[in-house]
Ligand binder design. Sequence first.
Ligand code: MTE
Ligand code: MO
Length: 493
Amino acid sequence: MTEATRFPAVADALVAVLAGVGAVAGSYAAVGLAPAFLGSPLERVLSRAMPGPVVAVAIERLGSVGQQLNLLLASLLTALAVAVLVWLAIRVGDQLRNRAVPVVLGAAFVWAATALVTVNFASATGAAAGAAFVVSTAGFLPVATASIGGSPDPVRRRVVGGVAAALGLGTVALTRSSPSPRPDQPLSADVPESVRESLELASERSLDVSGIEPLVSRDFYQVDINAADPRVDPDDWSLAVTGAVESVATYSLDDLRSMDERTEFSTLRCVGDSLNGQKLDNALWTGVPTEELIDAADPGGECDCVKLHAADGYFQVFPTEALRGGLLAYEMNGRDLPRGHGYPLRALVPGHWGEVQVKWLTEIEFLERDAEGYWEQRGWHGTGPVSTVAKLWAVDDLADGRKQVAGHAYAGTRGISKVEVSTDGGDSWNEATLSEALPGEDVWRQWVYEYDPPGGSHEVVVRAVESDGTLQSGTRREAFPNGATGWVSKTVQ
Ligand SMILES: Nc1nc2c(c(=O)[nH]1)N[C@H]1C(S)=C(S)[C@@H](COP(=O)(O)O)O[C@H]1N2
Ligand SMILES: [Mo]
């Protein structure tokens, strides 16, 4: 081998790393943010292995940013692992003095490894193509070398080619995104009149206040154990009812859709939501009442408890009684359930914390004995009813010099009767205006309050009152492990 074709080891290593990045980007370009994405398997391992208290802090302080950092870390580590494979291919190429070998062998290694960990043809092919593209652009192919012949330094030429290829692939990959349909986009013509009317009612009853969500959320929060949501093919999907029952059953999506359906408003809040956080939203859901399936199965079981299983490996255990009032929803706001919210089917358990509202539902298993759910294994206590909260999400100066404060209040099935506002740090209280209640027993309300500012800094405090007159607890507690409690307060200038 001549000096001209032999590159320093550091250049080989750099190209290998870039090819690793190229493989990850290629996989992303092929399948998007899905469980089959090359970075996903390690991301799943890392998120499962994370100690409960660390996850708790990450959820409360970082929200989905923590998850994105985890995915980034997993993707980088995966790229490094791929780099080792490509580096091996480059060494073999050097030994054989053949510049096509690293490209072909590297692609083969990456294809096999990706296929093995993702079990997905498109992902493996995308990853192999990404790696091969970087390696060939880096100058292993005579053609490529000749065509970038302007540069006098072959090492620099190779590295610049690799960087350009990896950046190009990364850019292509990042342009992929699949946003959920927003509730304010037009509905298709076959949406039933009752759904249309309910959505109209919600928009009529929404207060005309800027800075807060309408009664049907435009941007519904999302909490998942994984960065990549499952992609469920409805034709391959079914719901199994199993365990301590008189009769097991399996339902296809068509089976469920042909049963008597119900449409209802239901509000969700995550137990990890901080006191004045935004993991609280409302939607109009359509699906089959769980009651029918439960009666058909006729569960026994000592614990009177049920375990819901999901396509992403998530599971929760809670009392069968709570599931009885629930809904198995296949539509949200008049459209198929968006992928991020559990397509094709999710459970809704009125008034309970978000964690039991299992998405991508695959199995309802009635248990003989009590067990822990995914989050309970990590120290949370989020299978029961929600705590009551009044959020303070908007503070505005009105044209006439008055101030306006507004937010939402939610008490699960206990309902909200009143929201009270103090503008003097809790010494005196005034009643806020509430949005007219929507039908349903598990629906949030908006509140708004206007006042003459005292001049200078003052403390605004809000608290909700439940339907039976019970006042929201003023005891301050962080979200972990039982859900945040206390009255939201804000210093206003
Ligand atoms: N399969 C599955 N279901 C799930 C989760 C999940 O990670 N996987 N997260 C739960 C949690 S913690 C909450 S708060 C709600 C959030 O529902 P959303 O993402 O539709 O808002 O879904 C619950 N259902
Ligand atoms: Mo949650």
